[in-house]
Design a protein around this ligand. Structure first.
Ligand code: HDD
Ligand code: HEB
Ligand code: HEB
Length: 518
């Protein structure tokens, strides 16, 4: 593998890692803030316990999200310095805003929330959490706006040296690609949090029932409400994910037609175009001919244009069109590295785009189905004891994580061979574009990037183990009784006696964990 390949693997691996934490931070943050709000409004102990239990998991994940995010930032300078120079004029302001918001809003207010229990007025304390959560969401907007600019560059003019010069920051901020991707990503994050509440809640309910524990106390309510809240949030979020995804799909047909046609394995232009449900044969070779698939007639035309007859351009025609405008071969210039003089393949890896798109939708649907099952199984106070159902729901916590990862893999691998995709809405001589092959740092060697790739993957692997271990520990322990911080208006109750396989007395374990998490 040359530098380019290794650098791409490195970016892909580390970023997908970062995005395991991100949707949980965003989604769980919103839900914990809702739980806290419910406690302030109703004063019911179960809402307090839920806030504290899920709040702790939120915080552990947040710390790991920040750690993995910091590493992300280094990569731009290390492996992708040409890219950083190219996008500098546009990204400077976006990323500065992101950092400002992230560090000031998120960290300050989260600190206030963590240390504020029982020390500041209840409502101020609640407002601090909301401020932190909103801070994360706003910072997500800026980073997505940066990514969307790569998918669909707006608000720029071509400068003397061929680089984009920002002329309209407002246009960058209101890029339709960004609005669609942001709404899709936020609701996708809610699916992640919803699935976690459902999986863990069902598992705890079943465990308590099998252990003969009461179903009338606040601890039971903690898990029951977690399942109900998580289930409804998942279902509602799935509907919104589908609506926003459809919006994105329509934009993509205008903005990145090759990405979408590759995702559908549509080799020849068709009118009406049919939608492929399952394709096989030759996808792996990246040569789009003779792909066999099971199709629904007209559906692709509908998804692209809202009618059942319009033409949708196929991969092969688009490949030719792009080659005519942007060149059939890479310029024979050292800045293109090993690719200099090579033919340009404008078709992204077909098998990846095709399957990542389907995996995203499929795992999302699995998650929605599990949520529906959980709501049905817990209707009117019921507690499911089905081993398959409950353990299946616990396993399905992974599904929306997979959907998020594959969604990004589709978005990012589907824009290849460009790192900044030309915007077809403007005349060709006003377009800016940049090939991934030009984007790597000129000075680095494959060996250097290999070293950092191995080091980063090892560190991230270790972090993931820590995160999983900590979260599993908390999940197995269940709710703490709230006496760890004196909270006005809350009466501590004796710890429950669930045998979770732990060896130390419950009270001690609360303390030692608190010293870590807080
Ligand atoms: Fe992120 C943390 C940098 C993608 C959402 N990220 C975080 C931090 C840095 C970055 C330096 C730690 C400091 C802070 O709290 O802000 N993030 C990046 C880079 C990315 C990236 C360079 C591009 C590849 N991040 C990214 C996306 C989103 C987020 C696409 C949202 C959709 N990032 C967040 C967050 C985090 C965060 C929710 C995640 C977990 C956390 O804060 O604790 O704000
Ligand atoms: Fe990205 C790349 C994922 C975000 C920028 N990414 C990449 C890859 C992947 C990813 C997988 C690889 C691809 C290829 O190569 O083919 N991302 C991702 C995820 C996320 C992201 C998961 C979420 C977190 N990005 C992002 C953002 C940005 C970016 C936000 C900006 C700001 N990417 C990027 C770059 C790169 C990438 C620059 C390199 C180049 C290429 O294309 O590769
Ligand atoms: Fe998704 C992406 C659609 C589901 C997550 N998505 C994406 C895209 C599209 C879509 C079109 C691309 C964009 C671009 O590239 O620009 N989806 C869709 C649909 C559906 C879905 C239609 C069905 C319903 N998703 C889903 C789910 C999830 C997701 C379920 C999770 C949970 N996605 C996602 C992500 C991404 C995507 C994360 C990346 C980012 C953006 O937004 O872009």
């Amino acid at each position: 593998m040359d530098v380019l390949d290794v650098a791409r693997w490195q970016f892909g691996i580390t970023t997908v890692y970062h995005f395991l934490m991100v949707p949980l931070t965003i989604g769980l943050g919103i839900l914990v803030a809702v739980m806290h709000t419910m406690w302030v409004r109703t004063d019911k102990p179960e809402w307090l316990r839920m806030t504290r239990f899920w709040g702790r998991i939120y915080l552990i994940n947040f710390v790991l999200g920040v750690a993995t995010g910091l590493v992300q930032e280094f990569q731009f300078g290390l492996a992708w310095s040409e890219y950083s120079r190219f996008v500098g004029d546009v990204f400077g302001s976006l990323l500065a805003l992101e950092a400002l918001l992230a560090f000031f809003l998120e960290s300050t207010f989260l600190g206030l929330w963590i240390f504020g229990w029982g020390r500041i007025p209840k409502k101020v304390h609640l407002a601090a959490l909301w401020a932190a959560v909103i801070g994360s969401i706003v910072s997500a907007y800026f980073i997505i706006a940066a990514n969307s600019w790569m998918q669909h560059p707006v608000g720029v003019a071509v400068a003397e040296d061929g680089r984009p010069e920002q002329v309209d920051f407002f246009a960058v901020l209101t890029n339709n690609t960004a609005l669609a991707a942001f709404s899709h990503a936020i609701v996708a994050a809610l699916m992640v949090a919803g699935a976690l509440l459902v999986g863990v809640g069902l598992w705890q309910l079943r465990r308590r029932k099998l252990a003969g524990q009461p179903t009338a106390d606040a601890d039971h309510q903690v898990w029951r409400r977690s399942v109900r809240l998580g289930g409804w949030v998942s279902l509602a979020a799935f509907v919104l994910v589908a609506l926003t995804g459809d919006w994105q799909g329509k934009l993509m047909y205008q903005q990145q037609p090759l990405k979408m046609s590759s995702a559908e394995a549509l080799c020849q232009t068709e009118a009406p175009a049919s939608f492929s449900i399952l394709a096989w044969n030759k996808l792996g070779s990246n040569e789009c001919d003779d792909v066999h698939s099971i199709t629904v007639p007209g559906l692709l035309s509908f998804l692209a244009h809202s009618d059942f007859s319009s033409a949708v351009p196929g991969v092969n025609d688009l490949q030719e069109r792009y080659a005519a405008v942007y060149g059939a071969t890479y310029p024979d210039d050292p800045s293109f590295g090993a690719k200099a003089g090579e033919p340009i393949d404008y078709t992204p890896v077909l098998a990846v785009t095709y399957w990542s798109f389907r995996l995203m939708i499929g795992t999302g649907a699995v998650s929605a189905a599990v949520a529906a099952y959980a709501l049905w199984a817990t209707r009117r106070g019921r507690v499911p004891t089905s081993r398959i159902g409950v353990h299946g729901a616990l396993l399905a916590v992974a599904a929306p994580f997979v959907a998020n990862a594959t969604g990004w893999i589709f978005t990012e691998m589907g824009r290849q061979p460009f790192v900044v995709v030309p915007n077809p809405d403007v005349p060709v001589d006003e377009q800016v574009w940049f090939f991934t092959a030009q984007a790597v740092s000129p000075g680095v060697s494959a060996a250097e990037v290999w070293t950092s790739l191995i080091a980063l993957t090892a560190v991230y692997g270790a972090l993931a183990v820590v995160e999983l271990w900590l979260i599993t520990r908390f999940v197995r322990r269940g709710v703490t009784t709230g006496d760890d911080h004196p909270t006005p208006g809350f009466t501590p109750q004796p710890p429950d006696e669930v045998d979770d396989g732990g060896d130390a007395p419950r009270r001690d374990r609360d303390d030692d964990v608190l010293s870590f998490a807080y």
